[in-house]
Design a protein around this ligand. Sequence first.
Ligand code: ZN
Length: 156
Amino acid sequence: MALSKLDNLYRQVIIDHSSHPHHHGSLEGSARKIELNNPTCGDVVQLHVRVEDDVITDISFDGSGCSISTASASMMTDAVIGKTVEEARELSEAFSQIVLGNELEEELEDKLGDAAMLSGVSKFPARIKCATLSWKALESALDADSGKGVAQRYHK
Ligand code: ZN
């Protein structure tokens, strides 16, 4: 599978995130909830995002997906927690650039943290949607009104 062809160091970080995902679970209360499906691979992510005063104060994810989608969701939550909505959108755009194989400014790459290690996915077009699923869910959540139940969407 594609994962075995990724650089060893990157692969280890991806395996760590997929076996012990960060911010895994759900959020109580007034969190925005989005469920996004990636029919190509069968990944499902449920994202819970709490936004207060334009800052992502809490975030978690749930669902079932392949190791790349799970690792990516874990890395995404690490990258955006504590960020403003605008910064999170900027990171999401940056992430969509690296998985297309585009170079980023070093500052943006640093802000992506471990998520930048998924740039290797650009060599495996079939897995790009696995990597971007949670970021697309994040964008939907940031667009959505808070506390309106679970919105279910498809990642096309
Ligand atoms: Zn997948």
